[in-house]
Design a protein around this ligand. Structure first.
Ligand code: PMP
Ligand code: GLN
Length: 381
């Protein structure tokens, strides 16, 4: 069975949570509020009859809003017509980019651990995924430039970057990104950068899109999505920006995957993106408090938390509880403590240097987090 046809760890663990009634800190599925104006706009779009296929590239209003967002926030210029494509979540953008730009005999380089769609996308396109391990640095992770250089060969076509990073919660620093960019330029690689957590960065860390670095805009496809930014993961509206030639290649695959993506959602998100800064500042506050609550609870329960400076997730070391293997721990945890988590090993490609790491999500209401922490403390504290 290839990676592309295996049951995803999210499916397994979410089913386990439903079956056992455990608090689900596995899949990154938020139960936090969405912007009321966004919900209103989407409902209004549905009732106003905006329910048929939009243009395949996406509603012009959303493409314009995405271009305006990239310009205002990062100083990146994209033409709404031709350099922005709306997709069915970031998931489709990533799959379509791999399918469009790689095939059998090609290699895609990414970091290890990585989001589990990447190996599946490589498998779908017939390319080989080659990974460069991130280095462990204190309670966090860092770029290992030598490992990245060693992963790149004459067959490498794509470099798949994810910052802020799932599952580690790492934000690549500007210095690290400069090194990645240098390697991409030196080997003439196309970079696909998954920035779905771009707004969810904490503790003063700064998200730098690699496309802003010298020589990178022309070789980079920037992927993002509304799901995490507005707590609407079920709407599956994402987008990809880049030079017209690359975006056209992705669009040509997208038309055979889904053709187009949810019309009324696009209408609402187009408006909301213009007001994203105030909304995102509040959401960062909520998520920072959630992360702190969960990190303190994990520590109190005797599970050592890693640093998480972005996104939805925090990893913890389960060895203090006498476990060494995350998958076994996660399969037993619902019965033991009534909590569901995801083993970081599910995001590993090569030999796992730390099979004892487990990922817990904090994109849940504080009540759910407090409940989970209490359950964990009862067992381990
Ligand atoms: N990339 C990363 C790193 C993710 O964590 C996720 C999870 N949702 C996605 C992509 C998929 O995004 P979407 O729901 O917009 O397809
Ligand atoms: N991105 C989510 C996570 O990492 C999961 C999305 C999915 O289920 N495919 O938990």
């Amino acid at each position: 069975m290839s990676r592309a046809t295996e049951t995803s760890i999210f499916t397994e663990m979410t089913e386990l949570a439903h079956r056992t009634g455990a608090v689900n800190l596995g899949q990154g599925v938020p139960d936090l509020d969405s912007p009321p104006a966004l919900l209103h706009d989407v409902s209004a779009a549905v009732l106003a009859g905006h329910n048929q296929y939009p243009p395949a590239a996406g509603l012009p209003a959303l493409r314009e809003a995405v271009a305006a967002h990239q310009r205002a926030r990062y100083g990146l210029e994209y033409a709404p017509d031709g350099e922005v494509l709306v997709t069915t979540g970031a998931t489709e953008a990533l799959a379509a980019a791999c399918l469009a730009l790689t095939g059998p005999g090609d290699e895609i380089v990414t970091f290890d651990p990585c989001y589990d769609a990447y190996p599946a996308d490589a498998a779908l396109s017939g390319a080989k995924l080659v990974t460069a391990p991130l280095a462990v640095e204190g309670d966090g992770f860092a770029l290992d430039a030598d490992a990245l250089r060693a992963a790149v060969t004459g067959r490498t076509r794509l470099l798949l970057l994810n910052s802020p990073h799932n599952p580690t919660g790492k934000v690549f620093t500007e210095a690290e990104l400069r090194t990645v960019a240098e390697i991409a330029v030196e080997h003439d690689l196309t970079v696909v950068t998954d920035e779905v957590y771009e707004h969810l960065v904490y503790d003063g860390a700064r998200h730098v899109p690699i496309a802003t670095l010298p020589g990178m805009r022309e070789r980079t496809l920037v992927v993002s999505s509304a799901g995490k930014t507005f707590n609407v993961t079920g709407w599956k509206v994402g987008w990809v920006c880049g030079p017209a030639e690359l975006v056209t290649a992705v669009a040509s695959v997208k038309q055979w995957l889904t053709y187009a993506s949810g019309t009324p959602y696009q209408a609402g998100i187009a408006r909301m993106l213009g007001a994203v800064e105030d909304w995102a500042a509040d959401l960062r506050g909520t998520l920072t408090a959630n992360r702190d609550l969960l990190a303190a609870g994990l520590a109190e329960a005797g599970l050592s938390p890693c640093r998480a400076e972005a996104g939805y997730f925090i990893q913890a070391d389960i060895r203090p509880w006498g476990f060494t293997e995350g998958l076994r721990f996660c399969r037993e945890l619902p019965a033991l403590a009534g909590v569901v988590a995801i083993p970081t090993s599910a995001f590993r490609q090569g030999t796992d240097p730390a099979p004892w790491l487990v990922r817990f999500s904090f994109c849940r209401r504080p009540e759910a987090l407090r409940d989970a922490v209490k359950r964990l403390a009862a067992l381990g504290g």
